[in-house]
Design a protein around this ligand. Structure first.
Ligand SMILES: NC(=O)c1ccc[n+]([C@@H]2O[C@H](COP(=O)([O-])OP(=O)(O)OC[C@H]3O[C@@H](n4cnc5c(N)ncnc54)[C@H](OP(=O)(O)O)[C@@H]3O)[C@@H](O)[C@H]2O)c1
Length: 363
């Protein structure tokens, strides 16, 4: 049942940020499934309330399976703990606490003090992974950073001279759009904006609550005025972080709807840039390269998750850019060690996803 609650929560991917994904199931005293709910930000009602409304009087004496700790405070809605207590629920099964320090543990506490049995920990890792962006946001006070790169078998992300190169096959590209759908923003470096003319849009075809924000780190303001990042900025927001004083280009970009931001601490300080994104309620960022920007995030130990999409190609040569630039590791001990590795095939392409040890270390 907890798995079912997690599946219900997942239905709203792309529709809850900056709030968490939550699903709820009510099982009656007789063991019958009598209510189901999925939280969607714009529908306001919480998953528990939707499921309890469906269950009606059949909730009395029943069990609620909730994917994240029910909240016990007054926000946009009254406390879900009150709703569970008032409905006569006798047992709540919930894998993890809410990471928000203001509410963490308090929901469970209130349920227990009202005589409700609370069972925690079942499928806790899956539940935490489902809300990894929300959890990072509360624990690290910055957006969750997922670095995704397409590369050849020999680790190159394009041909020599940084020529724009589509390495992934169609199935892999389709998956990338599903991935983009999970994120509040996509970030690239100025060279990629210049070379690739990317659109960086979410073409998953799925509903999303907020527009995907496109971010370019570009101190030389290489971003071409004719690129889709600029001429479509009124449809899909584009932010450019720069320390350039090229007022003419800045004016041109502004005129097309691009927001140009000059961080006081310079255009390269990733902590400052992430803090500015956090101020805009951007909870998660998919970094899509290139090599320079990928290296900067790795050197700063600011990557929470990696995805490498590997195409069955061998590019070779000394000049084709490798996946990750920057300073890199001096010793194997300094190299990032990935765990919880997932391998998925997309036709002939192989997707490898994992979590670096540095992500846990800097919590
Ligand atoms: N296969 C893939 O997944 C993939 C994805 C993206 C790109 N690419 C390819 O990668 C190549 C471009 O890679 P690249 O390494 O040349 O460019 P990049 O990473 O897109 O951009 C690097 C530039 O970003 C700017 N920047 C701003 N803040 C930075 C920071 N904190 N640290 C580092 N750089 C920062 C710098 O320019 P300023 O000094 O002007 O700020 C730097 O030169 C292209 O060939 C593109 O096609 C491949």
């Amino acid at each position: 049942m907890t798995r079912r609650a997690l599946a219900l929560a997942a239905v709203a991917i792309g529709q809850v940020s900056p709030n968490p994904l939550v699903g709820c199931i009510i099982v009656s005293e007789a063991g019958e499934l009598v209510g189901e709910g999925t939280y969607v930000y714009d529908n306001v009602l919480h998953a528990e309330t939707i499921a309890l409304n469906q269950a009606g009087v059949r909730a009395k004496g029943g069990t609620a399976y909730v994917s994240l700790e029910p909240h016990s405070h007054y926000g946009k809605t009254p406390p879900c703990t009150d709703a569970l207590i008032n409905a006569g629920i006798t047992r709540v099964v919930c894998p993890i606490e809410d990471p928000n320090p203001l509410v963490s543990g308090k929901g469970f506490e209130q349920l227990r003090s009202n005589g409700i049995e609370v069972v925690t920990g079942i499928l806790a890792d899956e539940a935490a992974k489902q809300n990894e962006k929300f959890i990072c946001w509360h624990r690290k006070k910055r957006p969750f950073v997922h670095l995704k790169l397409a590369m050849s078998l020999d680790g190159r992300i394009s041909l020599k001279n940084s020529i724009s190169t589509a390495l992934s096959n169609e199935a892999a590209l389709k998956h990338v759009h599903d991935l983009r759908h999970e994120y509040d923003a996509i970030l690239i470096g100025g060279n990629t904006a210049f070379v690739d003319y990317p659109s960086l849009t979410d073409r998953s075809g799925k509903l999303r609550r907020r527009k995907l924000v496109r971010i370019v780190l570009d101190n030389r303001l290489q971003i071409p005025v004719g690129s889709p990042l600029v001429f479509k900025a009124n449809e899909t927001p584009t932010l450019v972080f720069t320390n350039s004083k090229d007022l003419k280009k800045i004016e041109e970009l502004h005129a097309k709807g691009v927001e140009v931001i000059e961080p006081e601490q310079g255009g390269r300080n990733l902590d400052v840039i992430l803090a500015q994104l956090a101020e805009r309620q951007i909870q998660s960022v998919l970094v899509e390269g290139g090599m320079g920007v990928a290296g900067a995030f790795c050197d700063a130990k600011l990557v929470d998750k990696f995805t490498f999409m590997i195409a069955p190609l061998v590019i070779g040569g000394c000049e084709a850019p490798s996946a990750i630039g920057g300073k890199g590791a001096e010793t194997l001990n300094d190299a990032m060690n990935l765990s919880d590795i997932q391998i998925v095939r997309h036709g002939s392409d192989i997707e490898i996803t994992g979590y670096p040890n540095t992500a846990a270390a800097n919590e």
